[in-house]
Design a protein around this ligand. Structure first.
Ligand code: G7M
Length: 312
């Protein structure tokens, strides 16, 4: 099979109902249990509740104001005066519905782990040696980690097939590139794509050795080329990195706009792909042996394991 790039020829791909108005809204039946987290600055709220009898998490986030719809927004909205004083006045602008969207993510049924993931919690930095990984972390993530069914669905074209931007089908060095579900694709400022590798035997950064260099260099060059061509964003405007620890243990790489302060892009969690490549070129066992620091939330079972092992 040859590499392919999504050219918008939707007819060739499985039909999904993306883009259509949802007639069966999972949020109209949603019964709120509690607010897990909210942020006025980021204009989002994370809610735990029930849809029918199932636990669900709903994330609501106001979409950024788009430059390309500014004139329409100013022309077609109604203004309600709040106050006027000298040269200063403030208004409530009532925009037409299609210019006033709220990005909505629904996780249903949600596990306790999903609920915990979004609950605001105190965090602690853990320093994990290669030995700690093998004796503490690996046994824990093997028994506890999030299901990667959604990843397999993408690789097998059972979900999000029409969102794939690029695919290299090679079983060893290939990957699928598609928008992360945090990105609504409406504006480039918060561009966010993920590249998911076809190989299923690499859980995270920890498993990488120089054997994986062809995969990593292929992923970097084809991922960057595709993003430059499809979105006009050059490599110098991209932050390309792994999370350690990731939430999902199937190797994937984050491609975000450098201007976007993406959640999890701080030094305690993100590892630049270019650094990873250079470290592996210098030492094939780099990520097997060295200590890696990462944040864990107070209620994370892995934190408890580190405490029990006397590592914290
Ligand atoms: O922390 P970690 O490196 O495991 O990040 C996983 C990334 O996958 C996050 O940026 C999520 O927003 C993204 N993601 C998670 N899920 C469940 C999905 C999904 O179903 N589809 C897509 N496109 N991205 C997802």
């Amino acid at each position: 099979m040859a590499e392919r790039e999504n050219d918008g020829a939707a007819a060739k791909r499985p039909k999904t109902d993306a883009g259509e108005l949802s007639s069966d809204s999972p949020v109209s039946d949603f019964k709120i249990t509690r607010i897990l987290r909210e942020c006025a600055r980021e204009k989002n709220i994370f809610i735990h509740g029930k849809v029918k009898d199932q636990d669900a998490v709903v994330i609501l986030e106001k979409a950024p104001i788009r430059k390309d719809t500014l004139s329409e927004l100013l022309k077609s909205s109604q203004l309600q005066l709040e106050m006027k004083n000298d040269v200063y006045s403030t208004y409530q602008l009532q925009a037409p519905a299609h210019l006033n969207e709220i990005k909505t993510t629904v996780i249903c049924p949600a596990t306790e782990k999903h609920v915990k993931k979004y609950l605001h919690q105190e965090v602690f930095l853990v320093e994990e040696s290669g030995e700690d990984y093998r004796t503490v972390t690996l046994p824990y993530i093997s028994s506890q980690s999030f299901s990667v069914q959604w990843v397999h669905n993408i690789l097998e074209k059972k979900a999000e097939a029409d969102r794939i931007v690029f695919e290299d089908p090679d079983p060893l060095t290939g990957f699928v590139l598609l928008p992360d579900f945090k990105w609504d694709k409406k504006q480039i400022q918060d561009l966010y794509l993920i590249a998911i590798v076809h190989r299923r035997d690499v859980k995270s950064l920890r498993d990488l050795t120089s054997e994986h260099l062809p995969l990593l260099t292929n992923l970097r060059s084809k991922g960057e080329d595709t993003i430059q061509r499809q979105y006009g964003v050059p490599p110098s405007k991209l932050r390309v990195y792994f999370h350690y620890q990731p939430s999902y243990h199937h190797l994937h790489v984050h491609f975000t706009s450098l201007e976007y302060n993406a959640p999890g892009c701080g030094v305690e969690r993100a590892h630049l792909l270019s650094d990873v490549i250079q470290n592996l070129q210098a030492d094939s066992s780099y990520y097997h042996n060295r200590s890696l620091a990462f944040p864990l939330r107070a209620d994370d079972g892995l934190l408890l394991k580190f405490k029990e092992a006397g590592k914290l």
